[in-house]
Design a protein around this ligand. Structure first.
Ligand SMILES: NC(=O)C1=CN([C@@H]2O[C@H](COP(=O)(O)OP(=O)(O)OC[C@H]3O[C@@H](n4cnc5c(N)ncnc54)[C@H](O)[C@@H]3O)[C@@H](O)[C@H]2O)C=CC1
Ligand SMILES: O=C(O)C(=O)COP(=O)(O)O
Length: 384
């Protein structure tokens, strides 16, 4: 057994150490079995035939063409929740720095040269800003991060409204009963003093906060975006700041338009930059990759279903395929034609794609594997 892992970003050593014997890890591997990355964009990349999996050490997968990967039978993983606490802490920080004029105050104080103590007392009145206790926070997206923030804000004495039409059962279980459900974005826009976004960036969520949204918001609302820059329309929020509708914008995704703008605080994408999160994400990404390469079991994929079965039999075959009728029938017929008995099997689907694991009582023949590969809708066959 030997596998090659390519890294596209710096991945915490504690995670890479999990691969252990039989693995070569390099940032310039030509024909990797697996790729590990953080925010590097893979949209323009060619995928080598050797590539079986991609693991995003983090939450957002908008930097990976997940459908294109699925079509090639490449399983893409992320690490749900592994960096959520780091983002929660930065979101609370962001609410505070959007409210109290801490950043401006620090910059001003650093520019003082003489009679500093006296000048501080004279000048501090220009940096007054409101407290967050008693104010209304609107949380858009109640996943791993949104739930933690909503609960923390309740504990800080805020009134919290949450909006997530697709909330998972687990997330709902974790949410404080004090968090009120908003059934539409309008309610959040009209009531919130602070709005924080915790949704993925995709074609549906692009520009969630735009001129139409800002027009419905309370005057002076503070907006926090630690999710992705594209969720907020840059020109529209700058206009809303200029008009006084938005009282402050904190973004973890600076660009040329946002730098050095009054009312905008730019953070250099630090949401997940804590040693704890970097270790958690790397650990999960490495373990999910190792398990997939060595057993074919899928845990925490974003483009294929989760599908796990304990190893049994003398050989395992995994088939990534389209979610269309009669795939399992055709695969088992190909094996039966070669007198191969199936000891155990599992089939799961997710959207347009599905995955089948078969543990065999005898070793398959090249001919039967070729037959499975030739079935229309089969994307990738592995013999483990
Ligand atoms: N700044 C940073 O360093 C980090 C940023 N992120 C960003 O935060 C996002 C969220 O992360 P997690 O909470 O871990 O993901 P998650 O997948 O646990 O939660 C996302 C939630 O958004 C909800 N959602 C999806 N579309 C929605 C819509 N149109 N309206 C309302 N809710 C919607 C989903 O139902 C889900 O509950 C990531 O996709 C990523 O873009 C995540 C980690 C670090
Ligand atoms: O997990 C995410 O979605 C993030 O945005 C974190 O990005 P990073 O791993 O710090 O480049």
């Amino acid at each position: 057994m030997s596998y090659t892992i390519k890294t596209l970003n710096k991945i915490a050593k504690t995670g890479l150490d999990k691969f252990g014997e039989g693995y070569t890890i390099a940032d310039d591997a030509a024909n990797p079995d697996g790729i590990l990355l953080r925010s590097a964009s893979m949209h323009e990349m060619e995928f080598p035939e050797s590539l079986l999996s991609i693991a995003r050490a983090g939450a957002g997968v908008n930097n990976i063409p997940t459908d294109k990967c699925a079509e090639k039978g490449i399983v893409v993983f992320n690490t749900p929740g592994a960096n959520a606490n780091a983002v929660k802490e930065l979101a609370i920080t962001s609410m505070l720095i959007s409210s109290r004029k801490i950043v401006d105050g620090i910059n001003w104080a650093n520019g003082l040269t003489q009679d500093v103590a006296k000048e501080v007392e004279k000048g501090k009145a220009q940096f007054v800003g409101p407290e967050i206790e008693g104010k209304v926070l609107g949380v858009i997206g109640l996943g791993a991060i949104g739930v933690l923030i909503a609960n923390a804000a309740v504990n800080l004495g805020m009134e919290v409204l949450g909006y997530d039409p697709f909330i998972s059962v687990d997330a709902a279980w974790g949410l404080s009963r004090a968090v009120k459900k908003a059934t539409d974005l309008k309610t959040i826009f009209e009531k919130a003093d602070y709005i924080t976004l915790h949704i993925p960036y995709n074609a549906q969520t692009k520009g969630t906060l735009n001129a139409e949204a800002f027009a419905q918001m309370k005057k002076g609302v503070r907006v926090i975006n630690l999710s992705r820059g594209e969720l907020v329309n840059d020109d529209d929020i700058l206009a809303a700041i200029e008009a006084g509708t938005v009282g402050g914008y904190v973004t973890d995704f600076p660009n040329e338009k946002m730098i050095n703008k009054p009312g905008v605080i730019t953070i250099p994408h630090l949401g997940a930059s804590t040693p704890e999160s970097e270790d958690n994400c790397a650990h999960m990404a490495a373990m999910q990759t190792k398990v997939y390469l060595e057993t074919g079991n899928i845990r925490n994929s974003v483009n294929f279903p989760n599908c796990e079965m304990p190893l049994s039999g003398v050989q395992r075959i995994t088939v990534a395929h389209k979610n269309i009728p009669n795939m399992v029938g055709q695969i088992s017929t190909a094996l039966a034609d070669a007198q191969i008995n199936i000891k155990d099997m599992i089939n799961k689907s997710r959207g347009d794609y599905a995955y089948t694991i078969l543990d065999l009582e005898s070793v398959s023949s090249e001919e039967s594997i070729a037959k499975i590969k030739a079935i229309e809708g089969v994307l990738r066959v592995r013999v483990i």
